[in-house]
Write a new protein. Structure first.
Lengths: 175, 487
């Protein structure tokens, strides 16, 4: 199948990669993926990736945690089994609220942090026993890999990529 | 280059290093064999740990009566250890979270190990309240679970329960923060592993991290948000620990300055422990070019600052104890009574180790000396242990009536469990130093061009950090090769 052919262009420098991504984008080629050993600042913008919404989810999870803490303290301390502890009776949640602030804070953080990280793992498909998907082991060391699908334009892409300083260009059948 | 750094700043990575050199340096201790010193340290720690476990079994089997507690001093050495370990566990998240928010690039060389230290220290801290329950198999009663599983609902008015929530949140969030940062570094070890078993293990640990551009974008956002969440969290933990004391009505404990002063003390002791550990680790694992004199100096500056806050808090407590004119205040842990009474040795240990010793760090020569830093950090570790011991044992040793004047005398079990936790801590840390990437190599690579010695020197000479483009000739292009090695 024609469309399963991709070009793997390797770079050994982050700035060179960033320039190459810009060049390839300017020449109106689709960049399928870039694998990096470390975060390259501005790469997501250069590739045209949408900003991540994980921070928004963290906020929503935090609100959920806060709500859960309010419900839990009210249910356990006021509603289900009210007690008079040390002369401080449990008549209303609002009056006892100051003692619950630490719980409310901790559960807000707990929910926001853990659920955000779980969302990140699910969205980026990383979890125990997951097989790695970087096509070349050097991409976790010092090589950057740009993957571009080939549509009968192999020669054109190859010459474009060599001019951007790729140290190795391979045409690969994607499994 | 991610950002410009003035050439007057000292480099954060020494030597003539490329990205690949960083990989090699970080992978070396994992791929190489442990030397004799590592084994000696490991077996000593293991012996201490086993001794401590023996003391724990003895305590649980016989009862809390084997400790030196009495009707007046209902908690002493154990809670001292608990607060001491929690305090030590503060530097890691402070370094990785607060310094990330402040964009302090020097944190990158030390955050991994500091966080490991945090997690291992909080393990030790968590042991003490559980052992002190006497019936640790009922430890789950501290969780808010329905009544038929235990006693009544837990009491959310109690600072001890706040502790349960604060410490478990802190431990779990720190662990997740640490592990997420470890994923790319585990992936690096995985991708260069030669032995199949090693490759399997690191593939499992790395969760299949592939380093896509989108993954990195999310990774950075998650790190930033986690840092934002962990910053108030780290401040909340010791605040809540201090409330164990501050919400009581004992003179000497009932003090509104406890929360900020405990937090400062925790950071103070945490950084001291980081200095102790990294002082050894940088030598043993050959990380001298990453954990430099400058890193040590910066941490010493944090120690001077937080130590100063602690000293001011001591002075305030001492002054107020005297100024109230109340006889009950005259045997709080910072008072004339404490300085001259039967616990004078503990009082003066605190003053000497915690207030006087750190002042030497004002001298730049000492602040930048590895050996002096190491000695002072040990002194602070001891001093901070005495702070908690003084707060607990001295305050409880004299109640309002002479019939409640008792003294705490530790038994071998008290001491044994403490030594055991130190052993356990070092066992974990030594295993970590041999199997985990001890420096966040992916992050260090991002600052190599702006803060590495080699690139800084080149920038001064006006040489761009970006290498010149060498166009490949057609012959070197490999056609239809299948190098999908991970697929």
């Amino acid at each position: 199948m024609e469309s399963s052919k991709v070009i793997h262009a390797f770079y050994t420098d982050d700035e060179m990669l960033l320039d190459a991504v810009k060049t390839v984008k300017a020449a109106h080629h689709h960049i399928e993926e870039v694998f990096c050993p470390f975060p390259v600042h501005g790469l997501d913008k250069a590739m045209g990736l949408a900003p991540t919404r994980l921070a928004i989810t963290a906020f929503l999870y935090g609100i959920t945690g806060l709500g859960f803490a309010i419900w839990m303290t009210n249910y356990m301390m006021i509603d289900n089994w009210p007690q008079d502890i040390g002369g401080k009776p449990s008549f209303s949640w609002a009056e006892n609220m100051p003692a619950f602030v630490p719980i409310m804070f901790e559960l807000t953080v707990f929910f926001a942090a853990h659920l955000m990280v779980i969302t990140f793992y699910m969205r980026s498909r990383i979890w125990p026993f997951k097989d790695a998907e970087n096509p070349d082991p050097r991409t976790t060391d010092d090589h950057f890999l740009m993957e571009i699908p080939v549509h009968n334009n192999e020669a054109e892409l190859t010459s474009l990529l060599s001019e951007t300083g790729a140290v190795e260009i391979n045409v690969v059948d994607k499994h | 280059m991610s950002h410009y750094e003035a050439s007057i700043r000292e480099p954060l990575v020494l030597g003539d290093k490329s990205y690949h050199d960083i990989t090699e340096d970080i992978a070396k201790p994992i791929e190489g064999k442990a030397n004799k010193n590592w084994y000696i340290a490991f077996y000593i720690s293991l012996a201490a740990m086993l001794w401590g476990f023996g003391c724990i079994f003895y305590t649980v089997g016989t009862g809390i009566g084997v400790w030196g507690l009495n009707k007046n001093i209902g908690w002493a050495w154990d809670i001292t250890n608990f607060v001491w370990w929690v305090g030590i566990g503060h530097a890691g998240t402070l370094i990785s979270a607060v310094l990330l928010l402040f964009r302090q690039k020097w944190r990158m060389a030390i955050n991994r190990s500091a966080e490991a230290m945090t997690i291992f220290a909080v393990f030790q801290a968590g042991l003490f309240p559980i052992i002190h329950m006497g019936r640790p198999w009922n430890a789950y009663w501290v969780l808010p679970i329905p009544n038929q599983f235990g006693s009544l609902w837990v009491n959310f008015n109690s600072p001890l329960l706040w502790d349960v929530f604060a410490i478990s949140t802190y431990l779990s969030v720190s662990l997740v923060f640490w592990w997420t940062g470890l994923l790319p570094d585990f992936a690096m070890i995985r991708d260069r592993a030669v032995k199949p078993f090693q490759k399997k293990i690191y593939a499992l640990l790395s969760f299949g991290w592939s380093g896509r551009a989108k993954d990195w974008q999310r990774f950075e956002e998650v790190s930033l948000v986690l840092a934002g969440l962990a910053t108030p969290l780290v401040l909340s933990v010791h605040t809540i620990v201090s409330m164990d004391f501050a919400t009581s009505i004992n003179p000497g404990w009932h003090s509104t300055i406890f929360p900020p002063y405990f937090v400062a003390g925790a950071i103070f002791s945490g950084f001291a422990m980081v200095q102790t550990l990294l002082g050894i680790m940088r030598k043993v694992t050959n990380m001298e070019e990453y954990i430099t004199r400058m890193h040590i100096e910066y941490m010493n500056i944090v120690i001077i600052l937080t130590g100063g806050i602690v000293a001011v808090a001591y002075a305030t407590e001492f002054f107020i104890a005297w100024y109230t004119g109340s006889p009950y205040e005259n045997y709080t842990y910072l008072s004339v009574g404490a300085a001259t009474g039967p616990y004078a040795w503990a009082f003066w240990s605190l003053i000497i180790f915690n207030i006087i010793t750190p002042q030497f760090l004002w001298f730049k020569k000492i602040r930048r000396s590895f050996i002096w830093t190491f000695i002072i950090s040990i002194a602070i570790n001891i001093g901070m242990w005495f702070e908690r011991f003084d707060i607990i044992a001295i305050v409880l040793s004299k109640g309002h009536l002479p019939s409640t004047w008792w003294r705490f005398e530790p038994t071998f079990v008290d001491v044994g469990i403490f030594i055991g936790t130190i052993g356990f801590f070092f066992v974990l840390f030594l295993l970590y130093a041999r199997t985990f990437p001890v420096i966040a190599q992916a992050e260090v690579k991002t600052i190599l061009k702006s803060s590495g010695e080699f690139y800084k020197k080149r920038s001064e000479q006006g040489i761009p950090t970006k290498p010149a483009i060498v166009v490949l000739d057609a012959a070197s292009k490999k056609e239809d090769s299948d190098n999908n090695l991970n697929g």
